[in-house]
Design a protein around this ligand. Structure first.
Ligand SMILES: *Cc1c(COP(=O)(O)O)cnc(C)c1O
Length: 355
C-alpha cells in the first residue's frame, strides 16, 4: 500500500462542455507524482494540484529521451460506477517498457493503486455522455542533471488525466491509411515494443507525408525488409482474409496493445479462426485484388476499433468493405465498449471499479 499524501486544489477549474471535448487538450485539477532516487527507491507518492513542474535544463530526459508512458481510460458506467479496463495489462506493459529503457519499474500494484487514487480524487471530471471517457496518461522521465550517456539515477513518475470526447460523432467512420515503404518506425532489437516517446518522434516525418497525401494514418512495414505489416500510428492492425482473423504476430518491434489482446480473446471466444503471423504487403495487395480481403481495422485505447476503408501502397489503392464498416469491426467495437462501460456482462473479469 502506498501512503499517498493528497493536497487538494483551492482553485478548481471549470469543467469543459462535454459536447466539445476533443483529445488531450484539457487536464483535470490534480496530478500524481512520485520520485525515485538511487538508494531510496520510489518514494513520496502524492496527489497535488495540476501545475507545471520544474526541471533542470540538463535533465537527462531532454537530451536522450529516457522516457516511457502508458495510456488507458476510466469510464462512467450507466449505474454510476467508475470502471478501468484491464489496468493490470498496462501496469505489466509499463514494467516491460521500463526494463527496456533502463528505468526502475514502478511495482504493478503501486501503478494501479496510484491510478485509482488519482481517478478517485478527480472523479467529477469523468464525462458521462456516450462515447466519452477520462484518458489516463502515466509516464516516467529521467531527471538527473547530467549530459553523460547512461541511465539516470533519479526519475519522476507522473500521472495526468484528460477528459476526452467521443471518438466517433456518428457511427464508426472508416479511415484511409497510407502504407509507408520509406521511413520505418522501429526495428527488432530497438524500442518498438516499449511504449516510449522516442518511437513517436521517429514517426512524425512519415505522418507528415501521409497527411499531405490526404491519408489519416501511417501503416508501418518492418524495419528490415519493408515487406511485412507491423502496425498503425498508435494502433495495432487486424485483417479478415478469406474468413480468418489475421494480425501480425508480436515480433519485438510491434507494440503489444491491450485492445489487440482483447480483440484476439473475443474472436477466439466466438469460435473464429485466428492467426497471429507475418503478413506481407504483397499478400494484402493480392487479397484486395481477388476480393478475399474482407475487413481491415485498427485497435487501440483511443478509438477502440477504427475500421479502415482504404489502404494505399505506392500506386495501389485498395478499397475494403466498399468503404463501409465490416460486421466483425462493428461486433468487436460494440462488445469491447459494452464491457468497458458496464452495459455488457464482464465475462472475462476485465473491468476494475474505482471506488
Ligand atoms: C499504445 C499503442 C498501441 C495500442 O495499445 P492499446 O493498449 O490497445 O491502447 C498501438 N501501437 C502503439 C505504437 C502504441 O503506442
Amino acid at each position: 500500500m502506498l501512503d499517498i499524501k493528497i493536497e487538494r486544489t483551492t482553485a478548481p477549474k471549470e469543467k469543459p462542455n462535454e459536447d466539445k471535448l476533443g483529445f488531450g487538450q484539457i487536464f483535470t485539477d490534480h496530478m500524481y507524482i512520485m520520485d525515485y532516487n538511487e538508494g531510496q527507491g520510489w518514494h513520496d507518492p502524492r496527489i497535488v494540484p495540476y501545475a507545471p513542474i520544474s526541471l533542470a535544463p540538463s535533465a537527462m530526459v531532454f537530451h536522450y529521451a529516457q522516457e516511457m508512458f502508458e495510456g488507458l481510460k476510466a469510464y462512467h458506467a450507466d449505474d454510476g460506477r467508475v470502471l478501468l479496463f484491464r489496468p493490470d495489462r498496462n501496469a505489466q506493459r509499463a514494467g516491460n517498457s521500463c526494463k527496456r529503457l533502463c528505468i526502475p519499474p514502478v511495482p504493478e500494484e503501486d501503478f494501479i493503486e496510484a491510478i485509482k487514487a488519482l481517478v478517485g480524487v478527480d472523479r467529477d471530471w469523468i464525462p458521462t455522455r456516450p462515447g466519452t471517457s477520462l484518458y489516463i496518461r502515466p509516464f516516467i522521465i529521467a531527471t538527473d542533471e547530467h549530459l553523460g550517456v547512461h541511465p539516470s539515477l533519479s526519475y519522476k513518475f507522473i500521472i495526468i488525466l484528460s477528459p476526452s470526447g467521443a471518438y466517433y460523432a456518428s457511427g464508426l467512420d472508416p479511415v484511409k491509411i497510407w502504407i509507408e515503404d520509406d521511413y520505418v518506425r522501429a526495428v527488432r532489437g530497438g524500442i518498438g515494443e516499449a511504449k516510449a516517446g522516442g518511437n513517436y518522434a521517429a514517426s512524425l516525418k512519415a505522418q507528415e507525408k501521409s497527411d499531405a497525401e490526404g491519408y489519416a494514418q501511417v501503416l508501418w512495414l518492418d524495419g528490415v525488409e519493408r515487406k511485412y505489416i507491423e502496425e498503425v500510428g498508435s494502433m495495432n492492425i487486424f485483417f479478415k482474409i478469406a474468413g480468418k482473423v489475421v494480425t501480425p504476430r508480436l515480433n519485438g518491434s510491434i507494440l503489444p496493445g491491450v485492445t489487440r489482446a482483447s480483440c484476439l480473446d473475443l474472436c477466439r471466444h466466438w469460435g473464429l479462426e485466428v492467426e497471429e503471423r507475418r503478413v506481407s504487403v504483397d499478400e494484402l495487395v493480392s487479397a484486395a485484388r481477388d476480393g478475399s480481403l474482407e475487413e481491415c481495422f485498427g485497435s487501440g485505447t483511443a478509438a477502440v476499433i477504427s475500421p479502415v476503408g482504404t489502404l494505399r501502397f505506392g500506386d495501389e489503392v485498395m478499397e475494403i468493405s466498399g468503404g463501409a464498416i465490416g460486421p466483425l469491426s462493428q461486433r468487436l467495437y460494440d462488445t469491447v465498449t459494452g464491457i468497458q462501460t458496464g452495459k455488457l456482462p464482464d465475462e472475462f473479469g476485465w473491468t476494475v471499479e474505482v471506488k
